[in-house]
Design a protein around this ligand. Structure first.
Ligand SMILES: Nc1nc2c(c(=O)[nH]1)N[C@H]1C(S)=C(S)[C@@H](COP(=O)(O)OP(=O)(O)OC[C@H]3O[C@@H](n4cnc5c(=O)[nH]c(N)nc54)[C@H](O)[C@@H]3O)O[C@H]1N2
Ligand SMILES: Nc1nc2c(c(=O)[nH]1)N[C@H]1C(S)=C(S)[C@@H](COP(=O)(O)OP(=O)(O)OC[C@H]3O[C@@H](n4cnc5c(=O)[nH]c(N)nc54)[C@H](O)[C@@H]3O)O[C@H]1N2
Ligand code: SF4
Ligand SMILES: [Mo]
Length: 789
């Protein structure tokens, strides 16, 4: 039996709070994923779909970018709870059809949360919102392509158009898309990476010569020490816990660095093993450092200092493969311990203990994610982490390396295929040689710059290949106004989201096939390819009948847009690209480094791994021709008296702006999302009470203030002075200009806020991202006080 889409939106008065969990996964994870899947897909569709997920002959999970094990080591159920939720979200039987759009005006839809919008189901037909109209109406595909082409060809310059990509787009669609955009004449290709691992890509490219991680799954299994920093794998990369469990079995130690004691960092009940199902799981972290938000730069400088003091340096590696060691070592001879303790919130003993773990290991893997990349000093922090890895020679040998854990399932592949506003010259040269036109050479606009361009009237057309730009981007009010300024916004999407209901003067929704669906473009069964976080590339084929006969593949949509806009300019074979994706793969093999014989290699079971010089041969293709030690000043974020440092993070029941449900199970919160986690002593210090509703006010250096209303105070163990609340509800608080130095990534993990008693409790007209809240049932006090442990 399948359930209908919810009619009511979230009622934040329904939030319930229980004690946070200490272990991740286990039987509950299996039960939750099955219940959700069956309620939206029915029993047989659930079985058909989930059994093909992450199998060599099946389709790649739409969730995160964590790699699949070697085909010989895959289970029948090779997915996690959140992978099953991602599939369910796409393979749902619920539909958003033209009748739905007739019934709901755009104005009315704009009052709904992303949760409500997404839960309505799959979009079935291309829709247009004409200038001045109140409702979307159906449009034929050809008219839609013609409308876009008309706008693009009418611009004064191609640089007045923006082409966003979210990281789920396949390699084939991404390659065709960047080719179209460059043939049209711009490098304005902002992507979700700009808000995600951009700091990683920038830092690593500078210091090791390639902006990607250097480890394989095998390295994780063989490591002696695994350091997990600023990452919540139990929720966001759940199958990473299986790899950590395997490493522990092989004798590894795990050090977790996080302001929050996330369940997945502490203990794992592997649902694929009987012991895990009944609750005797594996203890994961051997040591846990409750670092203060933004304290990691200081922490890694201190660890470097301590290792230098005891001479734990791989001199042979340093001498052969690196440059800048002496300057770096000099800079860390003296350390201001008081400053380090202030920045990290950790004691010297705790940091000494962590340094000892590094000393005791001759093969260390360091993993990180958004807790590191989304800070003002993120690039410096990642370089400092790399310094510590380099000094011990922990790169390019078994069981060791740098492991930035990517977000979207193909975000790394999209970059490999050229989705980047700053493409390297050699890539553009290869495009020119292959397709015979000179692509634009000057850099394009990233996400933050694109919002400014729309805000200032410098960009007029916005096209998105997937994603939910409006809700994912910072400074919601500014971003929404910027989008409304556009002459045309175009969203290639599977599900309804905020970006559709905050449209430009006119707007298009182009519904795309999802990865779980059979792609019969050009009359033959097509497959696509993707790259995971460890540079492994493989094929993916969806098994399901498409949600509607009107859907088109992303490749088809890109090629059709290109034909409508460019016609036969440049002799690019858009028709053959679209009728046989092998043609695209043939071109990829000639343009993208490391992709030679692409079509043959992706057919191997498990695919192939892209070259990575530091990992493969300890060669570092930097300007200096060696890995680079860098010196960064100790940078401590000053938080004024009475203010807190807020991080914005994911609950267990969402994928970015897609809200699957209202249950952040491991943190013990259910029924709603507008909550703010605070240390109990900070609650007292601020004169607040557990359960009270507060408004969050962020303060920016230019004196401006931003507000997000109506968050329930929850007491939660974390360092003093820190706070946490969910994204995207908190995006109105992040100033557009508050970005990481060097990568321009919004500082989503360090926002200075003050908390004030709420103007209104749920039921009143509470504004802010996510629209209005449900009707008032009063302020229920059925919230159990959160237990700290
Ligand atoms: N189910 C699910 N899976 C996902 C996603 C999803 O939304 N849902 N999103 C995908 C995407 S696009 C991405 S990028 C990844 C995100 O994966 P994560 O980076 O795990 O995501 P966040 O929820 O942002 O969690 C950030 C973690 O960093 C910690 N942290 C915050 N600030 C600091 C700090 O200053 N220092 C340290 N050491 N830690 C800090 C937080 O407490 C939290 O545990 O997950 C991907 N996978
Ligand atoms: N405050 C704060 N802001 C953040 C973050 C944070 O931690 N805090 N994290 C940032 C990060 S790491 C990221 S990656 C961005 C995410 O930014 P985005 O990637 O833009 O956002 P998503 O929520 O992943 O996009 C979801 C939408 O993608 C569409 N979609 C899903 N599957 C498909 C498909 O197969 N094809 C097509 N064409 N469309 C599809 C659906 O319509 C769905 O509504 O958000 C960033 N914003
Ligand atoms: S770990 Fe990530 S890719 Fe793997 S099944 Fe879970 S959500 Fe999907
Ligand atoms: Mo991400």
């Amino acid at each position: 039996m399948t359930t209908h889409a919810p009619r009511e939106d979230i009622d934040e008065a329904d939030v319930e709070v229980k004690k946070p969990k200490r272990a991740a996964a286990g039987a509950t994870a299996v039960a939750v994923s099955m219940k959700r899947a069956i309620s939206q897909m029915g029993v047989s569709r659930t079985a058909r779909t989930l059994l093909r997920l992450n199998q060599a002959e099946g389709f790649d999970c739409q969730g995160c970018a964590w790699p699949d094990p070697d085909p010989s080591h895959r289970h029948t159920a090779e997915f996690c709870e959140n992978g099953a939720k991602a599939v369910t979200e796409e393979a749902t039987k619920r539909r958003v059809d033209p009748a739905f759009f007739r019934q709901h005006s755009v104005r009315e839809l704009a009052d709904r949360t992303d949760y409500w919008l997404g839960q309505q189901g799959r979009i079935t037909e291309p829709m247009v919102l004409r200038e001045g109209a109140t409702h979307y109406e159906p449009i034929s595909w050809d008219d839609a392509f013609g409308l876009v082409a008309g706008h693009l060809n009418g611009l004064a310059s191609p640089d007045e158009a923006l082409f966003y990509t979210s990281g789920r787009t396949s390699n084939e669609a991404a390659f065709a898309y960047q080719l179209f955009v460059r043939a049209y004449g711009t490098n304005n290709m902002p992507d979700c990476s700009n808000m995600c691992h951009e700091s990683t890509s920038i830092a690593l490219a500078e210091v090791i010569g390639i902006g990607k991680g250097s480890v394989s799954l095998q390295d994780v299994h063989e490591a002696k020490l695994i350091v997990v920093i600023g990452q919540n794998p139990g929720t966001n990369h759940p199958r990473m816990l299986t790899a950590l469990e395997q490493a522990k079995k092989n004798g590894a130690k795990i050090l977790a660095v996080n302001p929050l004691k996330e369940a997945g960092l502490i203990k794992f009940n592997n649902p694929q093993k009987p012991a895990g199902l009944i609750g005797h799981g594996t203890e994961l972290a051997d040591e846990f450092l409750p670092v203060r938000i933004n304290g990691d730069l200081a922490l890694f400088q201190a660890i470097g200092h301590l290792l230098l003091q005891t001479g734990h340096v791989d001199h042979d590696f340093v001498q052969r493969h690196t440059t800048g060691f002496d300057e770096w070592a000099d800079s860390l001879k003296e350390l201001d311990w008081a400053a380090v303790e202030r920045a990290t919130g950790l004691s010297r003993e705790q940091i000494e203990m962590a340094a000892q773990m590094f000393r005791d290991s001759d093969a260390t893997v360091i993993c990180w994610a958004m807790g590191i990349t989304q800070h003002r000093n993120a690039v410096a922090t990642i370089k400092e982490i790399t310094n510590v890895a380099l000094m011990q020679g922990n790169i390019g040998k078994p069981g060791a390396g740098l492991c930035p854990v990517r977000g979207h399932s193909n975000v790394q592949g999209d970059r490999t295929m050229g989705i980047w506003e700053r493409p390297p010259q050699h890539f553009l040269d290869a495009i020119q040689a292959e397709f015979g036109f000179d692509p634009p050479r000057e850099h394009g606009l990233d996400t933050v710059e694109s919002i400014r361009a729309l805000r200032d009237g410098k960009a007029k057309v916005f096209i998105a290949m997937g994603g939910n730009f409006t809700a994912a981007a910072p400074d919601t009010d500014v971003t929404e106004q910027a989008m409304r300024n556009a002459d045309l916004t175009v969203q290639v999407s599977t599900k309804l989201n905020r970006s559709h209901v905050v449209p430009g003067k006119s707007a298009l929704i182009l519904p795309a096939l999802g990865r779980s669906e059979k792609d019969m473009t050009g009359g033959r069964e097509q497959r696509v390819t993707v790259e995971d976080s460890m540079s492994a590339v493989h094929a993916s084929r969806g098994p399901l009948k498409p949600a509607s006969k009107h859907l088109r593949s992303e490749v088809d949509i890109v090629c059709s847009l290109a034909l409508a806009t460019l016609g036969d300019r440049y002799d690019i074979p858009w028709e053959s690209f679209r009728s046989d994706y092998t043609e695209i793969r043939r071109r990829i093999s000639r343009v993208v480094p490391g992709c030679e014989a692409y079509d043959e290699k992706v057919d191997r079971p498990g695919g192939f791994v892209l070259p990575h010089p530091p990992r493969d041969t300890r060669t570092f293709p930097t300007k200096e021709g060696a890995a680079v030690f860098t010196v960064s000043p100790l940078d401590i974020l000053h938080v004024p008296e009475g203010r807190l440092l807020l991080q914005t993070l994911r609950s267990h029941d969402q994928f970015n702006t897609t809200i699957y449900g209202l249950d952040d199970r491991y943190r013990g919160v259910s029924g709603g999302r507008r909550v703010v986690f605070l240390h109990p002593a900070d609650i007292d210090m601020l004169g607040l009470e557990v359960d009270q509703f507060v408004d969050l006010v962020s303060e920016w250096e230019d004196g401006s203030e931003r507000k997000a209303n109506g968050f329930r105070v929850i007491s939660y163990d974390q360092p003093r002075g820190c706070a946490a609340a969910y994204y995207p509800e908190t995006n109105p608080l992040i100033p557009l200009d508050s970005t990481a130095i060097g990568s321009n990534c919004p500082t989503s993990k360090s926002v200075i806020v003050r908390l004030i008693p709420a103007d209104e409790t749920p039921g009143g007209a509470i504004s802010g991202a996510g629209g209005s809240l449900g009707k008032d049932e009063g302020h229920k006090s059925r919230v159990a006080p959160n237990q700290l442990s």
